[in-house]
Design a protein around this ligand. Structure first.
Ligand SMILES: NC(=O)c1ccc[n+]([C@@H]2O[C@H](COP(=O)([O-])OP(=O)(O)OC[C@H]3O[C@@H](n4cnc5c(N)ncnc54)[C@H](OP(=O)(O)O)[C@@H]3O)[C@@H](O)[C@H]2O)c1
Length: 252
């Protein structure tokens, strides 16, 4: 994939892995657009990278996904890369019953429905460009699930499956379909839950994750697992129990 001179939309690009991807794409000479819910985070990102475009959208709502597509079509009709990066991660204890689901954000809407709907919205536009790409950010937990985060893991497994099908559906179009599979990355994704669970290791940096992913995109590595996620991806097919126990040793 040519990684210069593109127009790139990165959902959730104001923080964490998304923000590190912004750096990679801006430094390589691409025009970058980001969106997210928190205006202060979008403003901070714009201060760091003044050339980027920012807009507030809450992708858990279907009407905001439609509004994002409308805005991009009007303002950036040459958009050729969509990066579905926005996501949330929540610990959910099903032993507490339905109440535990009522008090949390909807991971299914943000992590799964949003990328699927955005793909559907943007594919007609992306197909009109000479070379284009959809890049879905899944997780090693989509391959070996976390017991503490069952819904999160399920959304990422489903997004992986969707990405495999989409890649085949679009094989005769100009759209390349990538999947980035990060391992544990030290960002604000879990809002301090890792510490509460007694973990002492918080993962690799978002900068390393973005750098390696960017290089993989450049080399057309369509399903790219970063760092330890490589073990989870292959382990899911070979030593599932061993990896499952190792990944979930903190669960009580
Ligand atoms: N960190 C890890 O260990 C890890 C591992 C594997 C995969 N990943 C995946 O990597 C991606 C990025 O996560 P991260 O680790 O960089 O965490 P992060 O810093 O929390 O980034 C998530 C981004 O998504 C945005 N977002 C969340 N809900 C949104 C919504 N409803 N509408 C629009 N934007 C929304 C957030 O901005 P607002 O809150 O302002 O909306 C934030 O900028 C996620 O898909 C995550 O599942 C992370």
């Amino acid at each position: 994939m040519n990684v210069k001179g593109n127009i790139v939309l990165i959902t959730g690009g104001a923080t964490g892995i998304g923000l590190s991807l912004v750096k990679e794409f801006v430094d390589a000479g691409n025009e970058v657009i980001i969106c997210g819910r928190r205006q202060d985070k979008l403003d901070e990102a714009k201060k760091l990278y003044p050339s980027i475009h920012t807009k507030q959208f809450d992708l858990s709502h279907s009407h905001d996904r439609e509004a994002l597509h409308y805005w991009i079509n009007k303002k950036f009709p040459k958009l050729n890369i969509l990066i579905n990066n926005a996501g949330i991660q929540r610990g959910i204890d099903f032993r507490k019953g339905i109440e535990t689901l009522r008090t949390i954000d909807n991971e299914i809407a943000i992590n799964l429905e949003a990328p699927i709907q955005l793909c559907a919205y943007f594919i007609p536009l992306l197909q009109t460009q000479k070379e284009s790409a959809i890049i879905n950010v899944t997780s090693g937990l989509g391959f070996i699930p976390s017991v503490a985060m069952p819904v999160y893991s399920a959304t990422k497994a489903a997004l992986h499956s969707f990405t495999v099908s989409l890649r085949r559906q679009l094989q005769d179009t100009s759209i390349k379909v990538f999947e980035i599979i990060p391992p544990m990355v030290d960002t604000d994704l879990d809002k301090g839950e890792r510490k509460k669970r007694g973990q002492t290791y918080f993962g690799i940096t978002p900068e390393q994750t973005a750098k390696e992913s960017f290089e993989a995109i450049q080399k057309d590595e369509y399903e790219f697992a970063v760092g330890d996620a490589k073990n989870l991806r292959t382990g899911s097919k070979q030593n599932f129990e061993e990896h499952f126990d190792r990944m979930n040793k903190h669960f009580k």
